[in-house]
Design a protein around this ligand. Sequence first.
Ligand code: SF4
Ligand code: SF4
Length: 316
Amino acid sequence: MANNKEHKDENRRDFLKKGLALGAVALIGGKLNSNINKEEEQSKEKIKVLTQDGELIEIDKPEKSCSTCAPAKGDEARKGIPGRKFTMVIDLSKCSNARKCIEACQHGHDLLPHQEFMTVSLIKDNKYSEPYWFPKSCYHCDNPPCVKVCPVGATFKRTDGIVLVDADACVGCKFCISACPYSARIFNWEDRESYQDNSDDYSPETSLPAQVGTVSKCDFCADRSREGKLPYCAESCPMGAIYFGDINEDTITNGEETLRFKKTIADRGAYQEMKHLGTEPNVYYLPPVNKSYPYERGLEDLSEEKKEMYLKSIKS
Ligand code: SF4
Ligand code: SF4
């Protein structure tokens, strides 16, 4: 079973690590990060980081392990990481349906091939516009209808903005599935051997191990944020289309490029899906203008059946 604790993939994009470990220190860019890695290797004691004021400073290297880095469980998992407000920004001009985000998420969350916390659709807004690829996860809404309808408090909103499901408390009524206007939730119909895995206690932050008869969804990789890592989807996207970060620090990164959150969404005309519903999503989209790739690229590696499905979806 894929297990976050055992995820051995070297995290080449662990920018959040420095930010989370150091509290007020802002996220830093890819070039600087590679310099940091080299310096870490040499001294093992000091690293350089960029402060909120743009000053490059040298600080003690944070300890690799700390008591707050392990996935939180029980009541602790309901609190959120102090001082954080997580957000995601997806640049639709970069997505080419590479589907690496889906694969990495499925691997990290022990999902079956048909279970997708992250989906990618092909969208055509009107008959004059070019189609574009549209990745979508749970939006971790600030006003989440899913939380309001849960009769047992199994799904909840944390202080750091993340909406989670506690499978230990979920009774499988599916009210939340009906209430979510974004179809962000899945139901675990199959009983699987890996669900019986007791080698690691269940944590709502990892969604592992899942349980038959309960609901699951994107968890913004809360456990990885605790460790200072990007979510699987943002880390794995080869196009750098998915940025993740902290609204309180006004910083987002795709691991290669680090941007100011507020300036980016203002300058690029970012939008939230179906904002008029009042759900207040925490995922923002940068419109697909000046696309990096023709949408056809995203069809190249698909089966005929899938290709047909996507093309049918944009026929008007
Ligand atoms: S996208 Fe759906 S599941 Fe996620 S927080 Fe919003 S309403 Fe809830
Ligand atoms: S399916 Fe589970 S999480 Fe969803 S509303 Fe019912 S008890 Fe709550």
